[in-house]
Ligand binder design. Sequence first.
Ligand code: PLP
Length: 430
Amino acid sequence: MNRDSDAPKPEFRLPHSLWRPYCQMKTASPPIEVESTNGVTLRLKDGRELIDGISSWWTACHGYNHPKIVEAIVSQAQTMPHVMLGGIVHDQAIRLADRLAPCLEGDGNRVFLSDSGSVAVEVAMKMAMQHWANRSPNGKTSRNKFVSFQNAYHGDTTGAMSVCDPDDSMHANFKGFLLDQFPQPIPETDEQEASFDLFVEQRKDQLAAVIIEPLIQMAAGMRFHSASALQRIERVCRKHDVLLIADEVATGFGRTGTMFGYQQAEIAPDIMCVGKGLTGCSVGLAATIATAKVYVPFHSERWEAALMHGPTFMGNPIACAAANASLDLFETEPRLEQVAAIERTLRDRLEPLAECDDVNSVHCLGAVGAVRMKDEVNVSKAVSGFVEQGVWIRPIRDTIYLAPAFTISHAQLGKLCDSVVQSVSRVGAV
Ligand SMILES: *Cc1c(COP(=O)(O)O)cnc(C)c1O
């Protein structure tokens, strides 16, 4: 149907129609084709096997194809693959919400289900804003802005993008299109806390909430901050009565060594977003958990005070069944002990790399070990070197990191560490 002049020129032709994420497809090396997964390995179409060091964007906490999760999915698919959540509820969603509600302090918490981490963040932002609107006599609020942090990543939808680092190359193209928010440095010292405090105080009439990824900003390339920085942020939020949102989409479910990162700082977020590991690397699902304090102004005679959100596939029964099976595994298997053992190995093996000339710093926490180089890493070159060694490791910018499944064996983790150690010298030479 194309006129000749519209026909794609040969250089636009690619082997398939998939539009790949964050990828310049003209110059990118061809993606590796995976045929199946099992445990912590990816089996490629050409028969090779790779030990996975990054567990599919940090989601595979129990490894791939965990039989309990697969069983839960199959059995739920046979009973009821999907039903809308408008006017209807079902056991899997109720059970999951009842299990996620206690993940924040206090009684009477509420859990809102959605499909992806980005949407969980959008919902958290809408909750925070509408919380203040519902509390005002005329139902309106000027408190519709957010304080976020440098290097933050909260997702790819527009609200979530607006609280990402504004200078980040991921979303820089959309700068003019996005809402202006208030990105700040993470306060690590008394002095920084004082200026953060002043900043929030001067804008508190405009602020709905502060949003932070507790302990590790993973998507930015594993940027770490201290538990005391989280305490400083919480202190300022409480002082000026601003809500605190913990985005635990990446850090939740054991990744940092505790079930949630915020627990290491002993703070009490008002809202928490979870996603990624929630279904144990099987189906997309996310949740926004709100404390009773956040929820109360929504509980009203007025219809307009209800939370105005409702994704079509929210609370999908298959996804909820997978999440319930994943939470069962956290209860019945020693996941956090496994994470602690992984942390010890990562420290033993990776921390000595801090001495290398090309290495800026090394940080290990929970099942995350990150070697930050002084320069950006040539990612495609590094990845092909890793694939040749039989491992799947994909650096982010200047950081080569491991974030394996918690079920990884000592030998497999050893092989991943060997590959990182070898590549640090090689990458440095590039
Ligand atoms: C990945 C991520 C998101 C977005 O989740 P999606 O499921 O990709 O939409 C949000 N916040 C953090 C901290 C993330 O790491």
